[in-house]
Structure formats: structure tokens, C-alpha cells
Design a binder for this molecule. Structure first.
Ligand code: FAD
Ligand code: SIN
Length: 536
């Protein structure tokens, strides 16, 4: 088996992984592995921007308060405070890396940056690069990574399983087994520190804004290795994904509503005033639920987003990405209403960590969408995820550097062989079509039974179907040599199980988890995180 020995192993090349890699590279050899091409990540598709207090009329207290309100009682106050207070510093560091945020006047003063408005925010504070913020950030981070002599980037390398060892009641991580998608081999990346920065899991649902990489690999690997997983019932559905046969659930940024666009029914009537005082700019859980209700009442397949209150030339300048993409589909957003529906967007739960990204496995960190620090509680405030990822990556890197021990032995042959004994010795060819069928079955079940509105009956149905899929995918895993599709499917099924189990445990409605059988929020019995571990 090919074996690499490095100091720091980073799994994932989105904002979390790349930020961490840049920071630790001063002290050791870093490998960044990523399962497709380097920029393919949720980060690359981010539109709205990064929430941070940059204007004198805004304040940390307001941003903290908005985050806590959106999180419906489950945010960890201390985590929210420290992340919000480090926002301006994180924005400055990104500017120093060359990120060209939209601005007027001198870019070195944060006051001159343009700040967008999004749902649940009481002030304009979303720093952005037009409506392609993620692409701009990802491009600059990758350029810096490629210029660093201590960092090697491995594309088409899919992490499969963490290498862990338990002794004296403590589990430690020594890196990862990795599937090389080009050669088809399993390799061992042995590391003194490992970071999971594998992003989200929107692909668990058939309708999602997430690209194909978002299959919950980090959460599934960490769960199998014994880490605690928190709050998986809180899947955020973005209210406005494009509804179009060729649109592939392309996101229509909330920033569009921040500039004055209105949600309307087919009749042309607005409706958000019936649901929340902040109308179209209410927090996401409220807007997604309102649209879901209106669609059920009317039987229509979508609602519409009307941008005509915004001047045409401003639309083209402020939202060039959305404008051009939709024009290509025959929709001129300066005059035509955009058909939209909610779609799975962001996982608020994940691998439980502290604010330094530390998991409960030694030498294993998790940062970004795969992690759950307590920042987002039961519902993430818009544009708080890029903020959390970049700030916590910095804290995690500091913590890893503080405790870094270059003398830790990586001579762990018994662990390296274990993966092959468990799975990889099998031979034979499987039919890839079985994997794609199971995947589409899973994604449809999750959409129909574990969506915006849940019930005990729907959750029970989902669970029963997942039991069958679990049995089949585990059988597959043991009988056949690894393949990209089979590895991802196994992780998707594990992620779906964690979502459904968490949703079944929470006998109340809160934020993004709405169960018609328990419609009220119950602060006396349920104001705590849902934690799952493999051995519980
Ligand atoms: P990602 O950026 O998703 O990166 C994960 C990386 O891990 C990828 O490189 C992936 O290929 C790799 N990977 C995954 N599994 C494996 C594996 N097994 N082995 C190797 N590599 C692996 N948030 C905001 O704050 N503001 C916004 O405006 C915003 N807009 C968004 C718009 C869209 C369309 C989407 C989908 C999300 C948006 N979000 C936004 C959310 C935000 O983009 C993500 O939460 C954030 O980018 C996650 O960063 P990350 O580094 O944790 O993960
Ligand atoms: C958006 O631009 O609407 C997405 C922002 C986010 O998900 O935080």
C-alpha cells in the first residue's frame, strides 16, 4: 500500500481546509486532499457573502443578537460572541490575501466595503464580491496554497476512513485511508494532526443547492470512528432555489430580497407579511416554511421572486452571476419573475467540536460545515457559515500549532493493514447502476419524509427504508473493492440515518425542525443539543 507521512493532513479544499492549511504550513509538511478538482466545494458557489460588522452604525451586540434569535435558543452564546468579534479581522486577512470584495473608495478601510442585507439581519453587514463571493475567496485561497512550498494538494483523492487507535480509554487519530480515484488504489496518509473540512451533505436530498461533493463524508467517517455528532435534525432549506427543468436548483441569493425583491404567488400577490414582521427578510426557517405552506394550499409547483422593484442596471451590476445564468435559461430577471422553491442548503449540525475545532478524538480537528461548534443552533443566520469557517480554521490552526509534536511516531502498520482486512480484500465487479438506484431512492425518501415539515409517521417511514438501504450498502462495502460511488453512497446513508435518528429524538418543533405531532417549542425539556455516538 502506498503510504505518505506528513505533519498535517487536511481533508477538503473549501474555505475551512485551505485557511487551516495556510496557517499551519509554517511549522510542517501539509497534505491537502480533495475528492474532485481543487475548487469543487460549497465554498465556490457561495453568493451572498460573509457576515461581519464593518459599519459604524452596526455593532457586535446586534450581530450576536440576530444570530441568537435565528438559532432559536440552541446557539452557544460564548461561541457566537467570539466568532462574531473576530469577523472584521477575518475580513482583513482575506483582503490581504487578495480577495476583491465589492467596495466604494479605498478598500483598506472596512467602512468602504459594500454590505448586503439578508434574512434575519438587523443591519447591512454581508461583505461580498458581487454575487460570486465564494468563487473569489476560493480562487485567492487556492493561489496562496499553490505558492506555499510546504503544502501539496492531491486532487481526485477521496478520504474513506480515519485511521484511529484507542489506548487507555482515549482514541487518537493518525490520518486517513484515501481512495485514489484515478488509479483505483487505497493509500494511507499517516499524519500527526488531521483536519476534517469536508463540507456539507445537501446531496442527501433530491433537491439541493449543493454541488455533488456534498455527501457528508466527514460526518460519516467521524461517526464510524467514535466521535460525537450533534444536531443533525437541523437541515436548513434555502427558501429560493430556481425551479426550472434545466436549472439544477441553482441558488437565488437572499441578497436579492435584501435589495428589495419580493416573494409572490402565481396570482401576483405577496404573502410574507402574513407570516412575519420582517416579511421577505424574515429568518430562513420562517420563509421556507411559509413557502411550503403556500405551495400546499395552492397546489402550485413554485412561487415567484419579483425583482422589478430593483433598477435594471443595478441588478446587472450587483447580481451578474444570477443575471447571466438565468438569461441563458430564457429568464430576464430585470422583468420576468423567477420561479423558486425551497431546497436543502446547509447542515447546522455535524461533528461536535469546541470553538477551536477540537473533536473528542485526539489529534482530530473538524472545521466548517462538517462541524457543529454551537454557532448556528437550530437555524443558521444567513452568511454566518463562511464567517464561522474562516474564524474557526484560524483558531484550530493555532491550537494544532500549540500542541504540535513532530516526534509522534507514525509507525502504525497494524492500523494501516486493518482497513484492508475490514473491507478492501474483496474482489469482483459490481454493477454501478445499483449504486445510482440506491442513491436516488435515498434522496427521494429524505425529500418526501424528512423535509421542511415532518411528522412521526413520515419519520418512521424514512427510518424503515433507511434500514434496508443500510443493510444493502454495508453488504456492498464488504463484498466489493472500493469505488467512488459506493464510498459516497455509504456516507450518504449514514448521514441520512443521523438526520432521521436526531429528528425522531427531538419531541418538539424548533427552528429548522418542524414536526406536526409536536408543533410547539418546549424550552423546559428540549433546549439542548442532540448528541449521537456510534456506541450509544
Ligand atoms: P466546502 O467548501 O464544501 O469544502 C469541502 C471540501 O471537502 C471540498 O473540497 C470537497 O471536495 C472536499 N471533500 C468532501 N468529502 C471529501 C472526502 N471524502 N475526501 C476528500 N475531499 C472531500 N454561506 C455563507 O456564509 N454565505 C453565502 O453567501 C453562502 N452561499 C452559499 C451558496 C450556495 C449555492 C451553497 C451551496 C452554500 C452557500 N453557503 C453560504 C454555505 C457555505 O458556502 C458553506 O457552508 C461553506 O462554503 C462550507 O465550507 P467548507 O470549507 O466547510 O466546505
Ligand atoms: C445566499 O446568498 O442566499 C446564501 C447565503 C447563505 O447561505 O448564507
Amino acid at each position: 500500500m502506498i503510504r505518505h507521512e506528513i505533519d498535517f493532513l487536511v481533508v477538503g479544499s473549501g474555505i475551512a481546509g485551505l485557511s487551516f492549511a495556510l496557517r499551519v504550513a509554517s511549522k510542517g509538511k501539509v497534505a491537502v486532499i480533495t475528492k474532485k478538482k481543487d475548487s469543487e466545494s460549497n465554498t465556490n458557489y457561495a453568493q451572498g457573502g460573509i457576515a461581519s460588522v464593518i459599519k459604524s452604525e452596526d455593532s457586535f451586540e446586534k450581530h450576536i443578537n440576530d444570530t441568537l434569535q435565528a438559532g432559536r435558543g440552541l446557539c452557544h452564546d460564548d461561541v457566537v460572541r467570539v466568532i462574531v468579534e473576530h469577523g472584521p479581522d477575518a475580513i482583513r486577512k482575506l483582503i490581504d490575501l487578495g480577495v476583491a470584495f465589492s467596495h466604494t473608495g479605498d478598500r483598506s478601510s472596512l467602512e468602504n466595503l459594500d454590505a448586503g442585507q439578508e434574512g434575519g439581519h438587523s443591519a447591512k453587514r454581508v461583505v461580498h464580491a458581487a454575487d460570486y463571493t465564494g468563487r473569489e475567496v476560493e480562487t485567492r485561497l487556492l493561489a496562496a496554497i499553490k505558492a506555499s512550498p510546504n503544502i501539496t494538494l492531491y486532487e481526485d483523492h477521496l478520504a474513506v476512513e480515519l485511521i484511529v487507535d484507542s489506548a487507555a480509554g482515549k482514541t487518537n487519530c493518525y490520518g486517513c485511508h484515501v481512495f485514489d480515484a484515478i488509479s483505483g488504489e487505497i493509500k494511507a496518509f499517516a499524519a500527526r494532526v488531521t483536519l476534517l473540512a469536508t463540507g456539507g451533505l445537501g446531496q442527501v436530498y433530491v433537491h439541493t443547492t449543493n454541488p455533488s461533493i456534498a455527501t457528508g463524508d466527514g460526518v460519516a467517517m467521524a461517526y464510524r470512528a467514535g466521535a460525537s455528532i450533534a444536531n443533525m435534525e437541523f437541515m436548513q432549506f434555502h427558501p429560493t432555489a430556481l425551479y426550472h427543468p434545466e436549472g439544477d436548483y441553482f441558488l437565488i441569493s437572499e441578497a436579492v430580497r435584501g435589495e428589495g425583491a419580493r416573494l409572490k404567488l402565481k396570482s401576483g400577490e405577496t404573502f410574507m407579511e402574513n407570516y412575519h414582521e420582517q416579511k421577505d427578510l424574515a429568518p430562513r426557517d420562517v420563509v421556507a416554511k411559509a413557502i411550503d405552506r403556500e405551495l400546499k394550499l395552492s397546489g402550485d409547483p413554485c412561487v415567484y421572486l419579483d425583482l422589478t422593484p430593483i433598477k435594471s442596471d443595478y441588478i446587472m451590476r450587483r447580481f451578474p452571476n444570477i443575471y447571466n445564468r438565468l438569461l441563458g435559461l430564457g429568464i430576464d430577471i430585470t422583468r420576468d419573475p423567477i420561479p423558486v422553491v425551497p431546497a436543502a442548503h446547509y447542515m447546522c449540525g455535524g461533528i461536535r467540536t469546541d470553538v477551536r475545532g477540537k473533536t473528542d478524538i485526539g489529534r482530530l480537528y473538524a472545521v466548517g460545515e462538517t462541524a457543529c461548534t454551537g454557532m448556528h443552533g437550530a437555524n443558521r443566520l444567513a452568511s454566518n457559515s463562511l464567517l464561522e469557517a474562516v474564524v474557526v480554521a484560524e483558531f484550530a490552526a493555532e491550537s494544532a500549532l500549540d500542541t504540535f509534536d513532530s516526534t509522534i511516531s507514525l509507525g502504525i502498520p497494524k492500523l494501516l493493514e486493518k482497513y484492508m482486512e475490514d473491507s478492501g480484500n474483496s474482489v469482483g465487479e459490481h454493477e454501478e447502476v445499483l449504486i445510482s438506484h440506491s442513491k436516488s431512492e435515498l434522496r427521494r425518501h429524505m425529500w418526501h419524509y424528512v423535509g421542511v415539515v415532518r411528522s412521526n409517521e413520515r419519520l418512521n417511514r424514512a427510518w424503515k427504508r433507511l434500514e434496508i438501504l443500510t443493510e444493502e450498502t454495508e453488504d456492498f462495502h464488504h463484498r466489493y473493492p472500493p469505488s467512488f460511488g459506493a464510498i459516497e453512497l455509504r456516507n450518504l446513508v449514514t448521514a441520512a440515518q443521523l438526520i432521521v435518528r436526531s429528528a425522531m429524538l427531538r419531541k418538539e418543533s424548533r427552528g429548522l425542525h418542524y414536526n406536526v405531532d409536536y408543533p410547539e417549542t418546549d424550552d423546559i425539556n428540549w433546549r439542548y443539543d442532540t448528541i449521537l455516538r456510534k456506541d450509544d
